[in-house]
Write a protein that binds this ligand. Structure first.
Ligand SMILES: Nc1ncnc2c1ncn2[C@@H]1O[C@H](COP(=O)(O)OP(=O)(O)O)[C@@H](O)[C@H]1O
Ligand SMILES: [Mg+2]
Length: 338
């Protein structure tokens, strides 16, 4: 098969995507496919940079702004490039931004290009944390209590609503980011202002009750949940650095939890996946409270796909090697897209 792996892009998760795409391309080549790598940040003048490492912080905005993809023209150039080659399917290894929020998916639909993963609607819904939470609630999937604010909301109104609704600690996060970018755990009122400023830098804002306890994640493949993973970050906070630095986080798969909790997490994960209308694969993040109650945080429609990422880890615990996982994603995306 002729596969174009799209990777990089211009979101804050650019470097993570370069890592995922590189691993996916390697697996596809090993399985005998004909593979090309394309970075939407460069349009027609592809300048593939050899991938080194994800780093401990996301790339600076000024760095991303220097990429030639301004004004969206590069995306259409990318589509022309794909159409000019004999490509059977695009493997979408982008994370965040227009790669994950339905925009690239809609352009591919319009151009009749096959692509992996969820379609336009599920991508858009899942990327928007507050919209996802409304859907979780309607599917009886528990999610932390929350408030949503437009970034233009007056600070006095934000402050008043937060202090009259929640007790500290709380979590303040951008509504449409990933990789814990722009997120703060706020322990007291004095840190509220700084956390708000940090989050609005990325757009509208979600405020949630902080769920003390453990962190679980469930990969869904097709409509089947894979073994639950427990995430144990050194120091307790699963931020960008702990997500992408080897040795900074312990992963236990299958998680050391009761069968009842595991079955519940899997069932909520599949409900959330189906409620949003996801396709092929996704990863559903949970908190497990000290009273053993599960709370769904979000669904990632384009989860990390390096060989050591969480979905590949869960697949491995289920007896599936990375190459097989990549192949399964392609096969299940074919019949679902276009
Ligand atoms: N309500 C919450 N309670 C406790 N921890 C949270 C909460 N929301 C987020 N976190 C922590 O922050 C991390 C990132 O949050 P998440 O909502 O999954 O956004 P992202 O898209 O950045 O991954 C989670 O994995 C978890 O460790
Ligand atoms: Mg998450």
């Amino acid at each position: 098969m002729h596969v174009a792996v799209i990777l990089g892009g211009t979101s804050s998760e650019r470097n993570v995507s370069l890592a995922s795409g590189t691993a996916i391309a390697k697996a596809l080549k090993q399985s005998g496919h004909d593979v090309i790598l394309l970075d939407p940040a460069f349009g027609k003048n592809q300048k593939l940079q050899p991938f080194t490492q994800v780093g401990v912080t996301p790339p600076e905005q000024t760095e991303l702004d220097r990429l030639p993809a301004e004004q969206g023209k590069a995306l259409f150039d990318l589509v022309e490039l794909i159409l000019s080659k004999k490509i059977d399917i695009v493997f979408n290894a982008l994370h965040g931004g227009i790669g994950e929020n339905g925009i690239i998916q809609s352009i591919f639909e319009a151009a009749k290009i096959n692509y992996t993963g969820s379609g336009v609607m599920a991508s858009a819904l899942a990327m928007n944390k507050v919209t996802s939470k409304y859907i979780f609630q309607s599917c009886n999937v528990p999610t932390p209590p929350f408030l949503f604010f437009k970034k233009s909301t007056e600070w006095a109104a934000v402050h008043k609503a937060i202090v009259s609704t929640f007790q500290f600690p709380i979590v303040i996060k951008p509504n449409e980011e990933g990789s814990t970018v722009g997120l703060s755990i706020v322990k007291g009122e004095k840190d509220l202002g700084a956390a708000w400023e940090k989050a609005i830098h990325y757009g509208h804002v979600l405020v949630e009750k902080y769920i003390a306890g453990r962190e679980l994640t469930v990969a869904v493949l097709g409509v089947q949940a894979l073994p639950v993973i427990e995430i144990i970050p050194e120091g307790g906070f699963y931020d960008y650095e702990h997500k992408y630095t080897k040795g900074k986080t312990n992963y236990v798969c299958p998680a050391d939890i009761t069968t009842a909790i595991s079955d519940n997490a899997k069932s909520f994960a599949v409900k959330a996946f189906q409620g949003l209308g996801c396709e092929a694969y996704a990863r559903v993040d949970f908190r497990l409270s000290e009273n053993n109650e599960l709370y769904c945080l979000e669904v990632n429609t384009l989860p990390g796909m390096t060989e050591t990422s969480l979905v590949p880890k869960a697949a491995k615990a289920d007896g599936m090697e990375f190459e097989q996982l990549v192949e399964r994603i392609i096969q299940s995306s074919f019949k679902n897209s276009i």
